[in-house]
Design a protein around this ligand. Structure first.
Ligand SMILES: [Zn+2]
Length: 292
């Protein structure tokens, strides 16, 4: 089994294997536009993501409105799981898309676009953000775009365009996580690149468990994949979701190229160091959460 490690200059889905058909990145390039958006000063302190963070270096803030999840773990419609050769993405169809609001998002509502995962070749290096020096097996990103824009494409390069909720997932020798099984059952059916399967519509119930914890970290950063636009309000839960090692291993069986000589064994961007003139402004928000 060969490893396809993404390196600078090698775009996702490109294959160095002779039989593979190189494919262009899935995100379209979008012309730079001046957004003319009035947003609070602290939201402009942007950096590239992911970052390493420690609680001692954060500012605590207790005055956000509750962070609210609407519809993320409801039943109904279709939940489609796709192997795009770089990761697996979950998208909803034939239902009202979930909405994220409150917390650091001020008066804006953010529409669920997709959820995807990052992982690596072992159980100790598959997350993108590093919290308190610890690395976990996987990191899940629930990507939302600001409803004031027409879609993800229009929002993705705006100052306040995106909100991504990040969850750490850690592999243990314990029993499998029953809710997370809805994900792994889907993964088993999309080993080939560019294949899609339907999973249970309430497949995100494992997220609700993590979102009940006491607080979360938030900062202004970037996408961790192309085009790396600094348009993301990150919301990061520090407590990992524990799953079984086998549940993580299934992700490494996914093929990254049409020739099927490569598996997706690592899709993690290294931690980014902010430039010296940019001080990291990370906020720890205590949860006063309500959700439905
Ligand atoms: Zn991601």
């Amino acid at each position: 089994m060969a490893t396809l490690v993404l390196t600078p200059g090698l775009k996702k889905n490109e294959c160095l294997c002779e039989d593979g058909e190189p494919q262009a990145p899935t995100l379209p390039s979008v012309e730079d536009e001046d957004a003319h958006i009035i947003i609070p000063e602290w939201r402009l302190q942007k950096v590239q993501s992911p970052i390493e963070l420690t609680h001692d270096e954060t500012n605590e803030y207790d005055h956000f409105e509750p962070l609210e999840y609407h519809g993320h773990w409801d039943q109904g419609g279709k939940a489609l799981f796709t192997n795009n050769g770089y990761t697996v993405t979950l998208r909803f169809q034939d239902r009202e898309l979930p909405i994220l609001l409150g917390g650091p998002l001020h008066n804006d509502q953010y529409v669920f676009e997709q959820l995807h995962f990052h992982w690596s070749h072992d159980d100790h290096s598959g997350c993108e953000h590093i919290f308190e020096g610890k690395a976990y097996s996987m990191e899940a990103h629930a990507v939302h775009y600001n409803k004031k824009y027409s879609d993800f494409k229009e929002a993705h390069d705006k100052h306040d365009g995106l909100a991504v909720v990040a969850f750490f997932i850690h592999a243990t020798d314990d029993d499998e996580h029953p809710c997370f099984n809805k994900m792994t059952e889907g993964v088993k059916k999309i080993q080939k690149i560019n294949t899609t399967t339907e999973v249970a519509s309430d497949c995100l119930t494992w997220m609700s468990e993590a979102a009940k914890c006491k607080g979360y970290y938030t900062y202004q950063g970037s996408l961790t994949t192309e085009p790396y636009t600094e348009s993301v309000t990150w919301i990061l839960y520090p407590t990992p979701i524990h799953v079984n090692r086998e549940q993580v291993a299934h992700f490494r069986e996914l093929k990254s190229t049409p020739c099927e000589n490569f598996n997706i064994l690592k899709n993690v961007r290294p931690v980014q160091t902010p430039p010296p003139h940019k001080k990291l402004d990370i906020i720890y928000a205590r949860s006063h959460k309500k959700s439905d």
